[in-house]
Design a protein. Structure first.
Lengths: 419, 419
């Protein structure tokens, strides 16, 4: 975690491999790490390639509280409209996710397809022995915008996947594989709290980092006892500081969805602060994995803005720099062209004082009081990880954005996707 | 002119080669097309390559009214700060322009360099026989941010260029060459009004289309009799509809400057409407030339948004689409991926109704009522010019933005500039 603005308790308490007594983060476990969850991933034939394309996460209970955050894009895919609606109850029993098609911009027919999918999942789970209604099933889709899904394959897949779901860790891993589109590796993380409860999660894509908007889908699970309100607070706070601060190309997909489900199966009630810290840690780890696997990435870049009057100001400046094509191409070229950083700061929607700005690249000062320092152009940016620290010299607030460079591979992979 | 929002009179009145009685636009004449102007361009040794790098535009009068518009970047180069200050008088006798260095982020020393340059021009013009003060000299610079200019070469060049300036058309063309950085051709345009007065102009760069922010510099001249207030109105109106609507990568340089000088040498007073139309036409032509020569461009793209409630809304949506990396990479790939256009519309800062959006590519419908039409993915985008027309279905206002694709050449040329 490189953000200066992360909750302090997360950095202090949570260290992978730390001795008993501290929360423990692991990277090879996902949504089935907490008690009370089953999951599966199968190839339903939605993707022409024959790769896995359908995933299910099932909450066995006893609790079924849930919360979600969704894309801020005004053009929302059918599954987003559906899942927002069913989540008004604060309750979910299952999440069905497909890759191979976004089901966005598909009109009322597309919404009908989502509805039918949720009904099929509910019917299959009811047949399996758990009485379930369609309003207890969230739906997530990812893939190309504008095409209808092959519903015969989706519905046959639903029947199959409910038979297939297992309670072990492998079910969660299968699900993490099945939601991949252009991801090269599955993304999972789990946190084991010393008090005996757990949080797990899986994710794919990120912002618009990958072709055709690379929907970010993420499902988080916990066996802690927590109300829907607790889950909602923890999820919003974590997403705001992790996924919302991962900005590959400034775009937001029509399908972005992050869900958090609680089974309460540990029978351990959790306080808000502990839940916040645990959910944040898992989201932060998934965000780091998403950045590392961004399409066309050759550099992992963290832009930190300090010295702002308010945190929102720091965030707005960091975001403007992170989205600037000229900054991103310079970083691709390992070029310490700090003037482009200053020009980007100057067009951010925040009032700044050009004569107070200081910039360091990888910890080496390149600009002080708004102009260059000797040797600025010689800073070595040839490594994969680059930190850009900007001090506005106006206040005490700070914020970080994770981004990537703008590379040939990005252009290549995004210039020929739908065709 | 492809914008639907251009002033109607411009399209109707001004046609190259039109019969006498209509304003006539020519593309091989520039700042010395109007009476009362001299110009020159020389190699002063500022550029390591030895190419021309210093230009002068001199207004012989009898009038010396002037107006300017400048970058909105809060990080402003020294010459911008200087020229803004001297233009508060509404009066200019000369403009000195250098390529080979932006003189931005150079601190008080950089501002001193600009001041000394203006003083040297004033002294040289006074020696030459025209009593001139430094406050009558605007300064423009373009090139890499962050380095001081080689002032010995600049000052020696100033002495030489004042000797060199000629009154013919070739002086204007020499100046247009000398302000080029990564431009491949000089940009000039002139309009001859049937009433006997003229407007001329030269430009370089555009927005941030070229490496290191590609400062847009433009000098316009007229021999019409016009007050500083008239010039200011005409220039602001024209820039808002031309240069401000050319958006290559969403960035704004530290040095952008557009100046308009009147000599009044035709002795013909001009009405505001005629002046507005003529200045618009020359600016529009220069903007088209700038787009066509953008670095790495393989597609010239015009995004038009109609059906908006207000023109500002249409402009905001068009700008969001024009800046979207995924739309721009799809266009580079000649890929009719209309879903990316809808997703970009959805993240614009304007309230839209997804179910009313219609989109055409090159005049062929690809999306209606927010979802695809048959054959949408087969529209031929293989040509160089692409029009994207978006109808929001909410009102009567419209606006256009000119942009380009995002190509390998863009990445290549911007990833290795300062080093």
């Amino acid at each position: 975690m490189t953000s200066q603005d992360a909750p302090q308790q997360a950095d202090e308490q949570i260290q992978p491999g730390a001795p008993m007594g501290a929360p423990r983060l692991v990277r090879d476990q996902g949504v089935t790490a907490p008690l009370g969850f089953r999951a599966a991933g199968i190839a339903a034939g939605i993707k022409a390639s024959g790769a896995d394309d359908l995933a299910l996460v099932f909450n066995e209970g006893p609790d079924h509280t849930a919360a979600g955050v969704f894309t801020k894009n005004q053009v929302k895919a059918a599954p987003v409209l559906w899942s927002q609606q069913v989540l008004t109850t604060g309750r979910l029993r299952a999440v069905i996710l497909n890759s191979g098609g976004a089901n966005a911009c598909t009109g009322p027919e597309g919404f009908g397809d989502t509805h039918r999918t949720a009904e099929a999942v509910a019917a299959a789970l009811s047949n399996w022995g758990t009485s379930t209604g369609a309003v207890e099933v969230a739906v997530c889709s990812t893939g190309l915008i504008g095409d209808r899904l092959p519903m015969d394959k989706v519905l046959a897949g639903v029947t199959e996947i409910v038979q297939d779901m297992g309670g072990g860790l492998s079910g969660g891993t299968d699900a993490a594989y099945a939601i991949m589109t252009t991801d090269t590796v599955p993304k999972q993380a789990a946190l084991h709290h010393p008090d005996g409860w757990n949080v797990g999660g899986m994710g794919k894509g990120a912002g618009m980092m990958a072709p055709s908007l690379a929907t970010m889908l993420c499902v988080l699970t916990t066996d802690a006892q927590a109300s829907a309100e607790q889950l909602d607070l923890a999820l919003r706070r974590a997403a705001a500081r992790t996924f919302d601060r991962l900005d590959i190309d400034g775009s937001t997909s029509t399908n972005d969805t992050v869900l958090l489900l609680s089974s309460g199966a540990s029978q351990i009630p959790v306080g808000q602060d502990d839940l916040d810290a645990a959910v944040f840690t898992v989201c932060d780890e998934l965000a780091a994995q998403l950045m590392a696997d961004a399409e066309g990435v050759t550099k992992r870049v963290t832009i930190t803005v300090a010295g702002a009057v308010m945190e929102d100001d720091a965030l707005a400046v960091a975001r403007t720099v992170a989205r600037d094509s000229l900054v991103k191409t310079a970083l691709f070229g390992s070029d310490a062209n700090w003037g482009r950083v200053l020009a980007a700061v100057g067009i951010s929607p925040v009032t700044i004082d050009p004569d107070r700005i200081a910039v360091t690249f990888n910890g080496s000062p390149v600009c002080r009081n708004g102009h260059g320092v000797p040797g600025a152009r010689d800073v070595d940016l040839s490594g994969t990880d680059i930190t850009v620290d900007i001090d506005l010299g106006l206040g005490d607030a700070s914020a970080s954005i994770r981004t990537t460079d703008l590379s040939h591979a990005y252009v290549e992979e995004n210039s020929a996707y739908s065709s």
